[in-house]
Write a protein that binds this ligand. Structure first.
Ligand SMILES: [Zn+2]
Length: 594
């Protein structure tokens, strides 16, 4: 493996001690309390749950700052779906996702067109744009009709069908339950530019049995009437943040975070995560004298009904210190679920792969397999640029989920109670939660105490280079991306040489040398993370749709299939993006000269 100069750092005695300090007492009490609260953002119960977290922190003697942002949220209330076949009408149980158009007392009526699609095969493909959502040319049968299609009402297909002229959309969920969700592509609060992307049509979700019957009826011609009711607007929410100050480099902080709002009681998603954050605060507060850098712990509101509105608000309002001083961020969503003993689909950025895989194996005693973080969860910081790891963590083993007939969901350790009223206490397991907290602690201690940040940016450069080579081959001479490949090869060599000498300098040097070296790594991340994960400007928020690596050049992959009259426009854009990418890589190489 490359990056042989990156020495794994661990302090076995400190880690052992930290593991023995982990208790499930606070976690157990929090889960009990949260099982009585429906923590919908903007609600009284959500405020009560934040106050509970704050009161426990204060009781433990941990200082906490409570922000009170106004977040733009959309709370689904109810929907009505009426089907008319000939003279007969019937009602089908349905739920609107957050940010569907609210018809209020009005309604939308139209002919139903079934656009068959497939359910996501796994967590990794939940955000994929189904082929069914893409227009095929000619007269579009979707235009002016109500689309009936399979899958969750994800932002990609909802936007694609709306752009094709669908007047409403019905999503058939993969099982007998209807899961709550959110369908806007707008990440966090809209600005004057992005507000135009808010869905303009009503969207509802139905169960699979109802969906199958409806699809059969649709073949013979049916009409539907859809009515939706949602509360949309700016709502005040609490946002607690704890900072545990490190001893030697307290200005540098690792951001550890997760959402505390939920659908229904949301025990597996994400009361278990809130309990983990509270326990981490308790243990790390006790260990503060032995932390080199600081750990900042945040509980977000507005995740479920504001498309990560809380973490986005924090990214917007604390952008300067995140840019200057944030070491990395670690997201905690849906740990500690019953039966979740496997770490088969854990998200981490390439540069953190070695750190995370070792930490999981050392703390949980099982192998870990990573995947590229989806543009989801509370990854609201990619356009500032700290390295990031984890989102979901432990899962019910894939083989066991298949045995139970589970379909892919986005939390609760893979339990299909996810985003339903069944996400109750039996979804959680305190033993699994203890192991997960130990995994987090191991990862956190190694991150804040390693003399040089334990991130191998050579691996990130390698991932970027592999993507650019694929895009170059796909562009097949229409755009020459070889100069970018050359830049990346040079940067890779320069990084490996710089890292080896920087580690030696830090081992032999003083505090100032260590801070200088790590500051260079932070600035390198500020260039490479947006390059690998973002399409838009820094400090902005790209849409919540699926991106491949190096999104600026991703259009190259679509070039071959594009109509001849469209190709020159794509090529023009790719030339401009190539220029931006090369400028970013020149800046990265200059950082290593400092
Ligand atoms: Zn969640």
């Amino acid at each position: 493996m490359h990056g042989a100069t990156t020495h794994p750092f661990s302090d076995a005695a400190l880690e052992r001690e930290a593991h023995t300090l982990v208790s499930t007492e606070e976690a157990s009490a929090l889960l009990e309390r949260f099982s009585t609260l429906v923590r919908e953002s903007g609600s009284a119960d959500e405020r009560t749950s934040a106050e509970y977290i704050v009161s426990r922190l204060r009781a433990l003697g941990i200082p906490v700052t409570v922000h009170e942002p106004e977040l733009f949220l959309s709370i689904p209330k109810r929907s009505q779906l009426t089907i008319a076949t000939g003279n007969a009408t019937r009602q089908i149980e349905s739920r609107p996702p957050a940010f569907s158009l609210s018809t209020g007392d009005g309604s939308v009526t139209g002919e139903v067109v079934h656009v068959p699609s497939t359910f996501a095969g796994g967590t990794a493909s939940l955000f994929d744009l189904p082929a069914a959502a893409e227009a095929s040319g000619g007269r579009d049968p979707v235009a002016g009709r109500i689309v009936l299609t399979e899958g969750f009402s994800m932002p990609g297909p909802v936007r694609a069908f709306e752009q094709r002229g669908a007047i409403a959309q019905i999503y058939v969920h993969p099982g007998p339950r209807i899961h709550e969700g959110i369908c806007t592509t707008i990440w966090g609060a809209p600005d004057a530019d992005s507000i135009g992307r808010k869905p303009r049509t009503p969207i509802v979700c139905i169960s699979r049995p109802d969906g199958e019957r409806l699809a059969a009826d649709a073949a013979a011609g049916i009409r539907a009437t859809i009515r939706t009711e949602l509360d949309e607007g700016w709502m005040r929410c609490l946002l607690p943040v704890v900072e545990i100050r490190g001893r030697h480099d307290p200005e540098e902080f690792l951001l550890v975070h997760g959402h505390y709002d939920s659908w229904y009681e949301g025990i597996g998603d994400n009361a278990t995560g809130n309990a983990a954050l509270l326990e981490l605060a308790r243990v790390l507060h006790g260990l503060a004298p032995r932390l080199n850098r600081s750990v900042r712990i945040a509980w977000w509101p507005g995740h479920s009904t504001g498309r990560y509105a809380g973490s986005t608000w924090y990214a917007d309002h604390f952008a300067d210190e995140i840019d200057e001083r944030c070491v990395a961020h670690l997201n905690i969503d849906s740990p500690g679920c019953a039966g979740a003993t496997a770490y088969e689909e854990v998200m981490w950025m390439a540069e953190a792969g070695d750190l995370c895989a070792r930490a999981i194996t050392d703390a949980a005693g099982v192998p870990a397999h990573g995947m590229r973080p989806l543009r989801a969860g509370d990854y609201s910081f990619n356009q500032i640029g700290p390295t990031a790891f984890y989102m979901l963590l432990s899962n019910i083993p894939q083989a066991e989920r298949a045995r139970r007939g589970y379909y892919a969901v986005g939390g609760c350790g893979g339990n299909v109670a996810w985003h339903t009223p069944q996400d109750l206490l039996d979804v959680a397991d305190l033993g699994v939660l203890r192991t997960d907290v130990q995994v987090y602690l191991t990862t956190i201690l190694r991150t804040v105490n390693a003399p040089v940040y334990p991130f191998d940016y050579g691996a990130a450069i390698g991932e970027i280079a592999a993507a650019v080579r694929r895009y170059d081959a796909a562009a097949a001479g229409a755009v020459d991306l070889q100069p970018v490949v050359g830049d990346l090869e040079a940067l890779r060599g320069e990084y490996d040489a710089w890292r080896a000498s920087a580690e030696a300098r830090v081992l032999a040097g003083n505090d100032a040398e260590r801070r200088r070296v790590n500051a260079t790594l932070r600035r390198l991340a500020r260039l490479l993370v947006p390059l690998n994960y973002a399409r838009g400007e820094r400090f902005d928020h790209d849409p919540a749709i699926k991106f491949g690596p190096v999104p600026r050049l991703e259009a190259a992959a679509r070039l071959a299939a594009a109509p001849a009259d469209v190709k020159p426009f794509i090529v023009t854009g790719l030339v401009r993006e190539r220029n931006k990418v090369r400028a970013i890589l020149r800046s990265a190489r200059r950082e290593l000269l400092s």
